[in-house]
Design a protein around this ligand. Structure first.
Ligand SMILES: [Ca+2]
Length: 385
């Protein structure tokens, strides 16, 4: 399964000869050039030359390396990029091509097979390990790359790899394997959830959040997941009287970090001299073991800031990430370690107002929306080892 995405190409490389390069003192030489497609488009590739390597990902396909020369004074230069056949040439530095022309991987070239196992690591990273081999089961010396971490599956443990990597912002891992003479391997899969909780709504589902509504005259609203600011985000929308909300409870652990993306928008309406206000945001509540509320704070985008309660914070109408330890959120709500907090509850809400025109004038409704995403609870890094 090859993906052609020349901007984000991450190459992988491999090569026995390059990896068994002698370590004794050698003459070094500088090499440089560009990696481009046959049409001249720059390619983000991994360039490997006699054990030295770099990515040609500056937008121009440029690479520049200082490398040890082999016994014949030559350099074996490789370039690997997703979707393209591995490039290989051996020559003296002065005779290397100035431009590496990548060609699409031959669909007839042999495939790489990779397996993977995952386990949780510190900092919510993931241990990834497995085997990389040919179709016939021969272990391959390859470059294995996953979410910015890399290693060579060569030497004594040829055909085996192990990397510790972070998940990307979608909670996914992109795994590459490149070996000379083989088609590049790439696969994207969901990382193990190594924190107590993570929801990026990429499955389009907010059904495990509890929907509540406070009815009001002329009010209506909805909740769900939609594409917003280039990601699948949960939303709560309401117009007219009343409120809609999506909420969820979590176990309170003071050192755990709570973070989420939020974009809250409220819109007022002026009708017959009266302004109908609205507000949206999140209520962060703290409950004891009997679910009795102890305190709460709100982060609110409001058309009338004077309606905010003392522990509420007015926020702007742009999307931000909000992150703090649970104990920091509790302190912001006026609680301290002496309070027996058992749960923390997140309630994303939108509420608005309505004015009835008495069947004479038009009715009026204000409206509000809150979008949220990437709700995550993570353990402190030194406690999850
Ligand atoms: Ca998302």
């Amino acid at each position: 399964m090859l993906r052609r995405k020349s901007e984000t190409l991450v190459g992988l490389m491999v090569l026995l000869s390059a990896l068994t390069f002698p370590t004794r003192a050698a003459n070094w030489g500088g090499i440089q050039g560009n990696v481009r497609t046959g049409n001249g488009a720059p390619v983000c590739a991994l360039v490997l030359a006699n054990g030295q390597y770099m990515f040609s990902c500056d937008g121009n396909g440029t690479y520049s390396l200082n490398v040890p020369l082999d016994d014949q004074g030559q350099v074996t230069l490789f370039a690997f990029a997703d979707g393209f056949a591995p490039f290989r040439v051996t020559a003296a530095p002065a005779k290397l091509p100035a431009v590496i022309r990548t060609i699409t991987a031959d669909p007839d070239s042999p495939l790489i097979f990779m397996g993977w196992d995952m386990a949780c690591a510190a900092n919510n990273w993931v241990h990834l390990s497995g085997e990389i081999e040919s179709e016939g089961g021969d272990p391959l010396c390859a470059l294995v790359l996953a979410n910015g971490q890399h290693m060579f599956s060569c030497g004594a443990s040829q055909g085996r790899y192990a990397l510790t990597v972070p998940a990307d912002e979608k909670g996914e891992i992109t795994l590459f394997g490149f070996a000379d003479g083989f088609q590049p391997y790439s696969e994207i899969f969901r990382a193990s959830n190594c924190g107590p909780f993570f929801d990026a709504f990429e499955d389009g589902d907010a059904a495990d959040w509890q929907e509540t509504m406070i009815s009001g005259s002329g009010g209506s609203g909805s909740t769900g997941v939609e594409l917003h600011n280039e990601s699948q985000m949960a939303f709560v929308k309401h117009s007219g009287g009343g409120q809609h909300a999506l909420s969820r409870d979590f176990e309170y652990s003071p050192d755990d970090n709570l973070s989420f993306e939020m974009h809250a928008v409220s819109t007022s309406v002026s009708i017959r001299g009266t302004v109908l206000h609205s507000r949206s945001g999140v209520t962060i509540s703290f409950l004891n073991g009997l679910n009795v509320p102890l305190a709460s704070l709100k982060l609110v985008n409001a058309t009338d800031p004077s309606l905010l309660d003392p522990d509420d914070s007015l926020i702007d109408g742009a999307q931000h990430e909000y992150t703090a330890s649970m104990s920091e959120f509790a302190a912001a709500a006026g609680l301290d370690t002496a309070d027996s907090i058992a749960k923390i509850s997140l309630g994303f809400f939108a509420e608005a107002n309505y004015s009835w025109g008495g069947n004479i004038y038009p009715n009026g409704s204000s409206s509000a929306t809150v979008w949220f995403d990437d709700v995550a609870i993570t353990k402190p890094s030194d406690a999850s080892k």
